[in-house]
Structure formats: structure tokens, C-alpha cells
Design a protein around this ligand. Structure first.
Ligand code: AMP
Length: 190
């Protein structure tokens, strides 16, 4: 089973992905995690991505599409993956469709975790406080930019998947377990 989790920064995609990994044995493919690993390894991709990520802007489509394509070539993804933080543009969504059909894979569900933006700012401020600001992009100003980027560049993929009849929305303002139960119900019906 292959699924996409969609939603703005702070919506809980990472938390829900972790639960799906432990409860359903899916593999989490987070382009954010992969890019942070590239930054930590000081690879060429990482060196170029760092400043963009620190501003909360999007790394170029080609870079993330290549990363995902390489990752999907590894055997462990055959049992099912969660795309977390990818696609983030319509161009990425189109590229993903092509990649999946080339690799003989299908999408079983696209799940949007819908949240109220004011609550997100509070949630992320909290996350920054808890982790001592471990992530350079976890502060209020950068978060606001990440939300603008989400609205302008990522939200257009919602109608893209709606038109394909693939989109399901869950209320991300509910508790972690209630959101997890809504997602489980969608996956069980898929
Ligand atoms: P995330 O951990 O998903 O919030 O991603 C952290 C940062 O990595 C984002 O703010 C972007 O700079 C970059 N990034 C992650 N995924 C993508 C993507 N699919 N397309 C472009 N940039 C991305």
C-alpha cells in the first residue's frame, strides 16, 4: 500500500507517519529527512539545499524527484511507502505519477491532514521550544514563510488529486489518536 500524507508544516504528517510505520509496517519517505541527511553529510546536494531549507523555501523539483526516484529503486519500498512532505508542487505530483507507473507502483490513498493555520503557529512555536530550536527552520518567522510557500506552491496539488478522485481529508485538529483512527479507516476502505 502506497500513500501520500499532505498538509502544511506542523499538521502532524511526521507523527502520523511514525504511527503508520509501527502499526502497518510501511516505509516512511520524508524528503525533508532525506535532505537534512544530505545537509549533515555535506554532500553536494546538501550544501546547495541548506540555505534554501533554512529560509523555508522549496528545494528545486529536480533534486527531490531524483532523491525519491533513487529511494524507490531500493527493495525495502516494495512493501509500501508513505510519501511525507512530497510531492510539494504540481510538477512533483506529475513526476511522481510518471515514476510510479514506470516502477509498476500505484497510489492507494492521498490523505490531506487539514488544520487551522493560527493553531499551527502555536504548535510549531511549542515544537521549537521543546527541541531547543534544533531545527533551523523551526521559528515563527520562517514558519510564516513555510505557510506562504505551502499555500502558494503546495496547496494547488489538492485539486490535482481531487480531480483524480484520490483525495481524502481528515481533521488534523483532533487528537493524535483520533487523527490516526480517521486515517486507519480510510486505509482499511482503500
Ligand atoms: P519538511 O521536513 O518536510 O518540513 O521539509 C523541510 C524543508 O526541506 C522544506 O522547508 C524544504 O526546504 C525542503 N523540502 C522537503 N521536501 C521538499 C519537497 N518535496 N520539495 C521541495 N523542498 C522540500
Amino acid at each position: 500500500m502506497n500513500i501520500i500524507l499532505l498538509g502544511p508544516p506542523g499538521a502532524g504528517k511526521g507523527t502520523q507517519s511514525d504511527l503508520l510505520v509501527s502499526r502497518r509496517g510501511l516505509i516512511q519517505l520524508s524528503t525533508g529527512d532525506m535532505l537534512r541527511a544530505a545537509v549533515a553529510a555535506q554532500s553536494e546536494v546538501g550544501l546547495r539545499a541548506k540555505a534554501i531549507m533554512d529560509r523555508g523555501d522549496l528545494v528545486s523539483d529536480n533534486v527531490v524527484i531524483d532523491i525519491i526516484s533513487d529511494r524507490l529503486d531500493q527493495d525495502d519500498t516494495k512493501t509500501g511507502v508513505i510519501f511525507d512532505g512530497f510531492p510539494r508542487t504540481v510538477a512533483q505530483a506529475e513526476a511522481l505519477d510518471q515514476l510510479l507507473s514506470k516502477k509498476g507502483m500505484a497510489l492507494d490513498a492521498v490523505i490531506e491532514i487539514s488544520v487551522n493555520e493560527d493553531a499551527l503557529v502555536a504548535r510549531i512555536a511549542n515544537r521549537a521550544g521543546e527541541s531547543g530550536g534544533a531545527r533551523a527552520d523551526d521559528n515563527a518567522e520562517i514558519l510564516r514563510n513555510r505557510l506562504v510557500v505551502y499555500r502558494e506552491q503546495t496547496a494547488p496539488i489538492i485539486p490535482y488529486y481531487q480531480e483524480k478522485g484520490a483525495l481524502k481529508t481528515v481533521d488534523g485538529m483532533a487528537s493524535v489518536e483520533v487523527v490516526a483512527a480517521s486515517i486507519a479507516a480510510i486505509l482499511d476502505a482503500a
